[in-house]
Write a protein that binds this ligand. Structure first.
Ligand code: DX5
Ligand code: ZN
Length: 224
């Protein structure tokens, strides 16, 4: 029997919003399940966005769940501060992390959900034993660094394998994807077992961003 999963979560990425008006951008997606915030340091990825001071201001500006995606070097050193300022979820890239067990435990002890991200060609298999230490796994479906890139279908088998591993572990570990999520791609990802979807350009590029959040959720739910 296929296990029943909860309602899909749609998490708009403000990378595709107007950086001079982030509060307004967040207010455009009231029905979203979280706000995805991309922190890039121009070292782990070839792009530079925002950091802790902006996240602190976003914390003041909204009660929505803040889902922080750290595309930075040395997350062991920097990630806990995002939990300390009140972000509910903090995601580190495994490729950049020196001590993932210690970091995940530290994030959880600070009250945040601990999440691990994998670039498109980073395998999940070496991290199976780490899964019980996590609250979410993020599988990148584009090379991290920029919005508006094309979805990489080559990630789908890894998504399905990760879903199977998470079902084996049990509990409530979310499976998130990020990159190229749209009305064209969301159904096959939901069918492969994704429950949490980051969407940047498809949401903030839409005439009615909140209606797009609803549309994406509906398509994912029907395909799950
Ligand atoms: C890219 C970022 C994404 C980005 C996705 O590295 O992590 O969160 O905003 O943008 P879209 O949805 O346009 O592919
Ligand atoms: Zn992201």
């Amino acid at each position: 029997m296929v296990p029943l999963r909860k309602k899909p979560r749609i998490m708009p990425s403000i990378l595709s919003a107007d950086f001079a008006n982030l509060q307004t951008a967040i207010e455009k997606v009231p029905s979203s399940d979280a706000i995805h915030v991309d922190v890039m340091d121009n070292h782990f990825v070839p792009n530079l966005t925002l950091g802790l001071p902006v996240v602190e201001s976003l914390r003041e500006a909204t009660d929505k769940i803040l889902d922080i995606h750290l595309m930075i070097e040395q997350p062991d050193r920097w990630a806990p501060a995002y939990a300390e300022v009140g972000a509910e979820s903090v995601t580190f890239h495994i490729e950049a992390t020196a001590a993932p067990v210690r970091l995940a435990r530290e994030l959880r002890s600070l009250g945040a959900r601990a999440a691990m991200a994998l670039k498109p060609t980073t395998p999940i298999e070496p991290y199976e034993d780490l899964l019980p230490e996590l609250d979410m796994v993020l599988i990148m479906t584009v090379e991290p660094g920029f919005g508006s890139q094309s979805f990489l279908d080559l990630c789908l088998p890894k998504i399905a394998r990760t879903r199977a591993m998470l079902d084996k572990v049990g509990g409530d570990i979310w499976l998130q994807i990020d990159g190229g999520v749209s009305v064209e791609t969301i159904e096959r990802c939901a069918a492969a077992g994704v429950d949490s979807f980051v969407a940047g350009s498809s949401v903030f590029g839409a005439t009615d961003p909140d209606a797009m959040v609803g549309k994406l959720r509906e398509l994912a739910a029907a395909a799950t």
